[in-house]
Design a protein around this ligand. Structure first.
Ligand SMILES: CC(C)(COP(=O)(O)OP(=O)(O)OC[C@H]1O[C@@H](n2cnc3c(N)ncnc32)[C@H](O)[C@@H]1OP(=O)(O)O)[C@@H](O)C(=O)NCCC(=O)NCCS
Length: 437
C-alpha cells in the first residue's frame, strides 16, 4: 500500500506479471512509431527479459499496482551489469522500460519507482545508474548527461569499399563463437576505457537467445585473421529511419590491428547495408558508428560526416563511494604521472560528504567518507570542493578538472598542486560500453 495514502502500491515484479508487463509496455512505448498500435518488438523484449535473459529475474522489475483493481499502472526494470573502468570493476544498474499507463499519468509514478530503485542500489552497493531516455525527463530524478555516447563520424555508403582482398575476413557470428567473443572482452578490461564486457553465457544470449522480433536484438559479426577470431562488430538488424546502418560496438585485439582490419570491416558493413536496403526496398545512406571519436576504426576509416556526440544519463547516490572504488586506479594514475602527494591526507568535499584520501609516503592507501563541513570551499583543511554532480563527471571520465572548474562555479581547488593532482587523477575516459539489455 502506498505511504502517500492513495491507491498505488509498489512491489517487485513476479513471474505471473509477464503478460501484463508485456501488454503495458507494448502499448505505451514508442507509440509514435506504431501509430498507436501495440509494439510487437517491445512485447518480445519484455518476454525475453522474463524468460532466459542471463541477468534478469522478475524481481528486477519494479511495478506500481493499482490496489483497487490489482492491475499494473506503471513499471520499470533495473538491469544489473558489471562494467569495467580501466581495470576497476564497476557495478551498474541500467534503467529500461519506464512506462505509465495513460489513465494513471499525473501521479508521479516514475518518481516513486526510481526512488525504490535507488534505495535498492544503495542497499546492494550498485554505485552507478544509467538510462538512455527521453531528453530532460530524468534530470528530475538526479540524473545528468555524464557518459558520452557516440561522436564518431557517419560514413556515407558511397565511401565504403566494395571488396577487400586481404587476410582479414568478416562473417556473421554463431553460438560457437561465444567463447572467443568472451575472451576478446576479457582483454578489453586491460585498456584505459570504460567497457561492458560480456562472458560466454551473455554472448550466447546475444547470438541466439532473443526472439527474432525483439527490438533490442542486434547482429554480431566476427573479424577473422586466417582462422582466428580477433575482433567483432555489433550492428543493427535493419536500417534505421534515416537509411543508416548503426554500429554499436567494434573491437579488435590487439587494437593496433585495426589499420589492417578496417577495410574488411567497412566492406562487410557495406554489404550488410546494401542487403538490408534491398530487403526493405529503400536506400542505404550511411554507416553510423555509435563509437567514440577516438576509436581507431573511426579514425582510420573513410572520411565521414562529423557527428555531435550524444550521452547517457547517469546518477550516483554516493559519489564518495564511487571515488573510493577507483582508489587503485587513482594510485596508478599518480604513479604514471610521477606524482607523490606531500601530505598525509587530501580532502575533497562535495558539500554533502567529504572524501578523505589517505597517503603513506606519497602513495594513496585509502579513501574514506566523512561528514561535510559547512563552507568547504573556504575551509583551509580542505583541498578541493567539488559538487556531487561534478564529482560524478570526473570519476567516470566525462569531464576533466579544467572543464569542471569552468562549468561549476562552486567547484574549487585550494592551490596549483591540488589542481595538478586532480587533473592527473581524472583524465577523459573513452566510453566503449554497449549496455546489456
Ligand atoms: C514518461 C512517463 C513514464 C511519465 O509518467 P509518470 O512518471 O507517471 O509521470 P507523470 O505523468 O506523473 O508526469 C510527471 C512529470 O513528468 C513530466 N513528463 C511526463 N512525460 C514527460 C516527457 N516525455 N518529457 C518530459 N517531461 C515529462 C510531466 O509533465 C510531469 O511534470 P509536472 O510534475 O511538473 O507536472 C509516461 O508519460 C510514459 O509512459 N510515457 C510513454 C513511454 C515513455 O516515453 N517512457 C520513457 C522512455 S525513456
Amino acid at each position: 500500500m502506498s505511504s502517500r495514502g492513495d491507491h498505488y502500491g509498489i512491489r517487485r515484479g513476479r513471474e505471473s506479471d509477464v503478460d501484463q508487463l508485456a501488454r503495458l509496455h507494448a502499448t505505451v512505448q514508442l507509440q509514435a512509431a506504431t501509430g498507436g498500435e501495440p509494439h510487437a518488438g517491445i512485447s518480445a523484449w519484455v518476454h525475453d527479459l522474463l524468460s532466459g535473459h542471463p541477468s534478469v529475474t522478475p524481481d528486477d522489475f519494479l511495478v506500481v499496482e493499482d490496489t483497487t483493481t490489482g492491475r499494473l499502472a506503471a513499471s520499470l526494470v533495473g538491469l544489473r551489469q558489471e562494467w569495467n573502468l580501466a581495470g576497476i570493476p564497476l557495478p551498474v544498474m541500467q534503467v529500461e522500460l519506464v512506462g505509465t499507463a495513460p489513465e494513471h499519468r499525473g501521479n508521479q509514478l516514475t518518481e516513486r519507482l526510481l526512488a525504490a530503485l535507488h534505495d535498492r542500489c544503495a542497499t546492494d552497493r550498485v554505485p552507478l545508474q544509467i538510462v538512455e531516455g527521453i531528453p530532460h525527463f530524468y534530470r528530475r530524478f538526479g540524473y545528468d548527461y555524464a557518459l558520452a555516447h557516440g561522436g564518431a563520424p557517419t560514413v556515407p555508403a558511397t565511401a565504403l569499399p566494395d571488396v577487400y582482398p586481404g587476410p582479414w575476413t568478416v562473417r556473421p557470428a554463431t553460438a560457437a563463437d561465444a567463447d572467443a567473443l568472451a575472451r576478446l572482452d576479457r582483454r578489453q578490461v586491460d585498456g584505459d576505457a570504460l567497457v561492458s564486457p560480456r562472458d560466454a553465457v551473455a554472448w550466447r544470449y546475444e547470438l541466439v537467445g532473443r526472439r527474432a522480433e525483439a527490438i533490442v536484438r542486434r547482429e554480431v559479426a566476427v573479424l577473422l585473421r586466417g582462422e582466428q577470431v580477433q575482433g567483432y562488430l555489433v550492428h543493427g538488424t535493419a536500417l534505421n529511419a534515416a537509411g543508416e546502418l548503426v554500429v554499436l560496438a567494434a573491437t579488435c585485439e590487439p587494437a593496433g590491428r585495426w589499420p589492417e582490419a578496417a577495410a574488411a570491416t567497412y566492406a562487410y558493413l557495406g554489404r550488410v547495408g546494401r542487403r538490408y536496403a534491398t530487403m526493405a526496398q529503400r536506400p542505404f545512406h550511411a554507416v553510423r558508428p555509435l563509437l567514440d571519436p577516438d576509436h581507431l576504426l573511426a579514425r582510420i576509416g573513410p572520411t565521414g560526416i562529423p557527428t555531435r556526440p550524444r550521452a547517457w544519463y547517469a546518477r550516483t547516490g554516493d559519489p564518495v563511494e564511487l571515488l573510493a572504488r577507483l582508489a587503485p586506479l587513482l594510485r596508478s594514475r599518480w604513479q604514471s604521472a610521477d606524482l607523490r602527494w606531500p601530505e598525509s591526507t587530501l580532502v575533497i568535499d562535495t558539500y554533502t560528504a567529504s572524501a578523505h584520501l589517505e597517503f603513506d609516503d606519497g602513495e594513496l592507501t585509502a579513501v574514506t567518507a566523512r561528514r561535510s563541513t559547512i563552507g568547504p570551499s573556504s575551509d583551509a583543511s580542505h583541498h578541493a570542493a567539488i559538487p556531487p554532480g561534478a564529482l560524478l563527471h570526473l570519476t567516470v571520465g566525462h569531464r576533466t578538472l579544467p572543464e569542471v572548474l569552468d562549468a561549476w562555479p562552486d567547484a574549487a581547488v585550494r592551490d596549483g598542486l591540488t589542481g595538478q593532482f586532480l587533473t592527473a587523477a581524472f583524465p577523459r575516459v573513452p566510453v566503449r560500453v554497449w549496455p546489456w539489455n
